[in-house]
Ligand binder design. Sequence first.
Ligand code: UDX
Length: 449
Amino acid sequence: MNVTVFGTGYVGLVQAAVLAEAGHRVACIDIDEHKIERLRQGHIPIFEPGLEPLVKRNNESGNLTFSTNAPEGIAHGELIFIAVGTPPDEDGSADLRYVLTVARTIAEHMDDKKYIINKSTVPVGTADKVREEVTRALAARDALHLEFDVISNPEFLKEGSAVADCMKPDRIIIGTSENASEQKMRQLYAPFNRNHDKVIVMDVRSAELAKYAANCMLATKISFMNEMSVIADKVGADIESVRQGIGSDPRIGYHFIYPGIGYGGSCFPKDVQALKTTAAQLGLEPEILNAVESRNHSQKHYLLDKIVHRYGPDLSGKTFALWGLAFKPNTDDMREAPSRVLMENLWQMGAKVRAFDPEAMQECERIYGNRDDLQLCGTRDSALSGADALIVATEWQQFKTLDFEMVRSNLKDPLVFDGRNLYHPLDMAEAGFEYYCVGRPQQAPTKAS
Ligand code: UDX
């Protein structure tokens, strides 16, 4: 099928590459000429496992093309995805400017029936706004006879496993009331809809809300566990045992109940905020969403509280090694990352940071530039050198085993603040480490350091 994707950000690029891989002819359109030129040369603007070879292969085969020429893209695609950004407005609601501009452009240039598919995460009611925008622009050129439908088809991909998530979706939500649209979408996704039917068809508003409900439910699970970890700390319980104890109940499940130092990324914080705003605009008080957001904010300060408790509020003269800058492993994304709250507060209290992340070093430099109190180190070991203590903020695989002797010989004191519960408190105590984590009882170090 001929498909056009507007927006070569995370969602658009992954979706386009995966559809091309399945044999569809996909044209990617973006207004950023530099980005399009780089993509043509095989340079992927984001770090995402498996994406680069996929883009290169399909670009070379001609199944995946990149251009800034919107009219050409519109002529090409019978199905047109809108996957452009929806940054949060000042009041927290999603800014639909780019989505509506694409809608208008499609209407200005289309000359046959188009299936317009909303892929961006957009507030409930956006498909109707897109429909109005297209109708208005068609009317302006006296072309109301041209048919179109606006379909909601939310994505559920995770950064770091986006290609795999897209290749093997656990559900394909299609929001439309038109039979023809459902059939087109089924045809489009047929290569990904094997074994059992993963397509769930519903009205457009339900599809839009389903996306928010999914992310907010996941954010709620995490925040609930984060709150339990604080309680566990106070009552002397071990949150790891609690996690296993409740995860074994299939109604709860093992997924997304890992406590930590708060969720980050481009989706959860933005979507919780956007749904809160939608609810508020409707005169509702979103009590649970308010609590989720507030817990996440506190949780991002939880390890800092432990650091202040240990050292006092004046950290001048102290240096902390920080392992992990990305908001989670396998990405270079630092949007809403807990590491940022940590660093910014440590700096404010006078401390210096020696940081290492396997992928997000450039991103960190882009955000913070050169500053005296931040040293970006080439390896995890060199980040430790001369630091007073180690802080772990992201659960990268390479952080999961700790070479006790190496860490001890590099740090001034054998002291670790672990925001991801990567190590066992007993092992740490036996190795002579003072160890602070999230929701697990502290053990006195037993080996003389
Ligand atoms: C999320 C959703 O998972 C995905 O379905 C949606 O399409 C986009 O938003 P993503 O933001 O890429 O994906 O990351 P995810 O792996 O879901 O993690 C989100 C955050 O939650 C991270 O900060 C992670 O560290 C945190 N998290 C996750 C926990 O703190 N505990 C957990 O048990 C799971």
